[in-house]
Every structure is written in structure tokens, then in C-alpha cells.
Ligand binder design. Sequence first.
Ligand code: C5P
Length: 231
Amino acid sequence: MSIALIVPAAGSGRRLGSERPKALVDLDGVAIVRRTLAKFAGIPDLTETVVVVPETAVQEFNSALEGLEFHVGDVHIVSGGDTRQASVRLGLEAVGSNPDLICVHDAARPLVSRRTLADVIAAARVSGAACAGSRAVDSVREDLGDGRTRALDRTRLWMVETPQVFRFELLMKAHHTAKAMRFTATDDASLVEQAGHPVEIVESTGSNLKITKQEDLELAKVLIARSESRR
Ligand code: C5P
């Protein structure tokens, strides 16, 4: 089954305290987005990779992804939108190879394990829609909007991550329907579910840290140093 990859990387570096887009920030000598792409090297039947970047930073991303020393199919760099959802939609429109499956993986998660990638892809091959997630470890409360909060049962809660993998036409349909219905969500699994298709959750293995703040960057450096010392 052929697969294409969309990497939303059009977010700003504001919460990281960076002037540059987050995905271009240096993580131990390598731009975050380049580390993220490297995790997909050797994924079987990966035909192409679309990296969705801020409109004003196309040239910078071109430089950051020059001369890749690994294979992730044909790489296209396209401009994103104001929201993650718009960026993924623009990425979908740039996919040229009509793959069977599409994988969406945030540039901000460069530490994803190869095992998690393989597991989510394998699940989506069978069910058509799967995403990575982790069990909630903190107690969680819901904001009721009137100054009160309410405890939720964390044993029933998942923290949803990427990679998220879907049948290509299913994700296309979900995005077009969401746009027509003005439905917005922070991830693609929500759109697919809204379009009427269930999404399977696959528990992540290893750290699938999302780099958001400066302390995440520091933690990512420690985790990279640890994994390199084990090689
Ligand atoms: O902001 P957050 O970390 O939740 O974004 C998740 C991913 O979506 C990041 O990799 C970010 O670059 C991307 N994004 C995007 N377009 C936007 C906002 C975020 O591609 N407008």
C-alpha cells in the first residue's frame, strides 16, 4: 500500500520564544523539521513528503531541507494557512501521487519512535484510520465556563498525538466536509470521526514529546543524547 506524508510545520516559534518558525529551531545541531523527516527514512512505499511551512519562510525551509541524507520520497515544500487544519488541507491539495494512505505527522514531534510509526501505519492499513496516543497521566478537569470545573475519569482519557494515518480519500473527504460545514478541530482524527468514520488509537512507545516551550527543547536534547549514547 503506497503512503504519502504531510508534515504540518507552519506554526510560529512564539511559545518557544523564537523569532523563527518553530520547525526551523535548532535541536542539537539539526533543525527540528529535518529531525522529524529523518524518522520516516525507510518507511516502505513512502512515495512523497509534503512539508507545509509559513508563507514567509519557504526559502528558509528549502535551505533547512537541502541535501537530505535519507529517502522520504519526493519532497515538496508548500505554504500553509492560519490554522493547523488549513495547513493540512493545503498539504493534501499538494499531494500528487494518489497514495492509498496518508500520514500526517507534526513537525513539532521529532522524537516519535519508529515503532509508533510502524504500529499506526499497520493499524490504518486494516481499519482505514488510526492515530497515536498516550494514556492521561495527570488528573484532568473540564472547564465548565462559569468559573467551575469538573473532574473527568482519566482512566477513560487518551492524549491524542500524531502520527495519524488514514485512507487518502477518507482524509480528503473529511477535510472538504469540515470546510463546507465550517467544522474546526485541532487534529485530523477529529475531522475523520466527524465525517462518520471511527478512528483507532494506538498507544505510543517511547517519548513522543511535542516541542512547544523552551523546556521541551531542553528535554528533547537530553532524550536525544541518551538515545545516541545507547547506540
Ligand atoms: O501549535 P502546535 O504545536 O499545536 O502545532 C502543531 C503542528 O501544526 C506544528 O508542527 C505546527 O508547525 C503546525 N501548524 C501548521 N499551521 C498552523 C499552525 C500550526 O502547520 N497554522
